[in-house]
Design a protein around this ligand. Structure first.
Ligand code: NOJ
Length: 559
């Protein structure tokens, strides 16, 4: 068990663009991160995960990489990076990099070379296909498969010079690498090894379960609007476990270091998750599943937002707890740079802001799994409150706007969905203090700070022992202190209750019971042990067995 240190660890995600600017250009950077390490050490997190900082044209804010070995000038230099890494290590924390290797940028030299000629030695590093049989290049319907891209439109882009199409599951500027080609795999492993040799402590692997496609590439089930669903033909594909085992052998095996690997795996099933994370199979330490954050998506997709069905949310999380109870490991998250702010999404950011932020934090952090805190979540940051399409920067929003309007969805409905779940909600600057631009920059921020930073900010909360931040700090410390939180069993209680989220954890005679009222109305609960002690609670004077007040959470321990 020596190398499962991450079971009692908490990871903090930094989205560098929005974390802290040090040079007044309105974009966060590495020196900015260095200047805020005090906050992270105070919070007590173990690992920092940096969203991509590599050279990039920023079509998708760095998830389109043009040089895996260089730092983007917007974020700083390799020297800045080494300084940051040294500081993080000196404070007893680890640093995990984002690894985006399902695709590169179309400006990566590999793709530039691949595109230059059908005879290029790198041509086969990407997915090139002629037009569909019977169609001319560029003709409507000539795309080699009918797949819809994540950011709208076809996954295929015509290269007029060669008359062939290349595959991009995401944006047109994110061509997919061909993992069938062993040279691609060796190049990726060599790059990963260089980062580990430089001292980084692991990787968060972007959409890593999409790297193996079903061959030959074929059409998916038709979707409304003419395109098809290719997802079953490239998610959890036939060689994905083989590739990850090979990566493990080539990169991680034999390294005598405490590393962390987490695979981002949209559409992963519990069976595949066990396979990805069973230590005996040597693939990755844990995965990010999406079922619980897809819970409010509607028939027309994520922007067709539905009210939260708490019973369903609990059933999803329970299913994941049960499936990975014996083998494998869960990641726990509400937030990241792709998800809206949880206090606005599942909590009540108007009437019960602090209580609901804390209650949601507690029900997540006390489960079995490794919790991830996304920057600003620890102070209860809220959604951005955008009301017009022009306020959004995210390519996903703009693709969806055109697509949903084209099928007749009214603007107000689309905007309501976007206000609720768009990714820009997560990307507004971290609210450090009450000053202009929330202390994020002295220049003009690339995305404006949310106006509530005047009262909702880290500086105010660090002073206040009852703040959301103080509560998160306590949750993080508890995971370090209590083995029942890191290692105990999990049993969902009251699964059909539409207001209460309750569960029990047990280890070696210690019993932890968590009861939370995720609603604005009081409710009775009768699952606590009267002989237990209150370990953590979010409202004053908690009484074991008493009705739960609006958004009240109590965690009680029987030793
Ligand atoms: C998942 C990342 O989290 C997201 O931000 C990005 O747009 C896609 N992968 C494509 O890299």
């Amino acid at each position: 068990m020596a190398n499962d240190w991450w079971k009692s660890a908490v990871v903090y995600q930094i989205y560098p663009r929005s974390f802290q600017d040090s040079n007044g250009d309105g974009v966060g950077d590495l020196q900015g991160i260095r200047s805020r390490l005090d906050h992270l050490e105070w919070l007590g997190v173990d690992v920092l995960w940096l969203s991509p900082i590599y050279a990039s044209p920023h079509a998708d804010n760095g998830y389109d990489i043009s040089d895996y070995e260089a730092i983007d000038p917007a974020f700083g230099t390799l020297e800045d990076f080494d300084e940051l890494l040294a500081d993080v290590h000196a404070r007893g924390m680890k640093l995990v990099m984002d690894l985006v290797v399902n695709h590169t940028s179309d400006e990566h030299p590999w793709f530039v070379e691949a595109r230059s000629s059908v005879d290029s030695p790198k041509r086969d590093w990407y997915w090139w296909r002629p037009p569909r049989e019977g169609f001319a290049a560029g003709q409507s319907g000539a795309e080699p498969t009918n797949w819809r891209a994540f950011f709208s439109g076809s996954t295929w882009e015509l290269d007029p010079a060669s008359g062939e199409y290349y595959l991009h599951l995401f944006h047109v500027k994110q061509p997919d690498l061909n993992w069938e080609n062993p040279e691609v795999r060796s190049a990726v492993y060599a790059m990963m090894n260089r980062w580990l040799d430089r001292g980084v402590d692991g990787f968060r692997m972007d959409v890593i379960n999409l790297i193996s496609k079903v061959l030959p590439l074929g059409d998916g089930e038709p979707l409304p609007g003419g395109l098809g669903n290719g997802f079953p033909l490239y998610a959890n594909g036939p060689r994905v476990h083989e590739f990850l085992q090979e990566m493990h052998r080539e990169v991680f095996a034999g390294r005598d270091a405490e590393l962390l690997t987490v695979g981002e795996t949209p559409g992963v099933t519990t069976d595949h998750a066990v396979m990805f994370t069973d230590p005996d199979r040597a693939e990755v330490d844990m995965v990010f599943q999406f079922d619980h954050v897809d819970v409010d998506h509607g028939p027309l997709g994520k922007f067709d937002t539905q009210p939260l069905d708490l019973v369903r949310l609990k059933a999803i999380l329970d299913r994941w707890q049960v499936a990975l109870a014996e083998r494998g490991w869960n990641s726990l998250y509400w937030n990241n740079h792709d998800q809206p702010r949880v206090v606005s999404r599942f909590g009540d950011d108007r009437d019960h802001w602090a209580a609901s932020a804390k209650a949601l934090g507690a029900v997540l952090h006390l489960q079995r799994g490794t919790p991830y805190v996304y920057q600003g979540e620890e102070i209860g940051m809220t959604n951005a409150g955008f009301t017009s399409i022009d306020q959004y920067q995210d390519i996903e929003v703009h693709g969806a706007w055109d697509e949903l309007r084209a099928i007749g969805v009214p603007d107000e409905r689309i905007l309501a969905g976007m206000a609720h779940v768009s990714r820009d909600n997560a990307r507004t600057p971290v609210q450090w203090d009450a000053s202009e631009h929330a202390g994020f920059t002295t220049g003009t921020p690339w995305l404006p700070a949310t106006p509530n930073h005047t009262w909702l900010n880290a500086a105010a909360q660090r002073e206040d022992p009852d703040s959301v931040a103080a509560f998160y700090r306590r949750l993080i410390a508890l995971r370090h202190e209590l083995p029942v939180i890191a290692h105990g069993t999990f049993e969902m209680l009251l699964p059909e209750d539409p207001q209460v989220f309750a569960y029990r954890r047990e280890l070696d005679g210690a019993v932890l019971t968590v009861v939370a009222n995720l609603s604005g109305d009081g409710v009775a609960v009768d699952v606590e042990d009267p002989a237990a002690e209150v370990l953590v609670a979010n409202l004053p004077d908690p009484v074991i067995g008493a009705d739960l007040r609006p958004w009240e959470v109590r965690a009680t321990l029987t030793a």
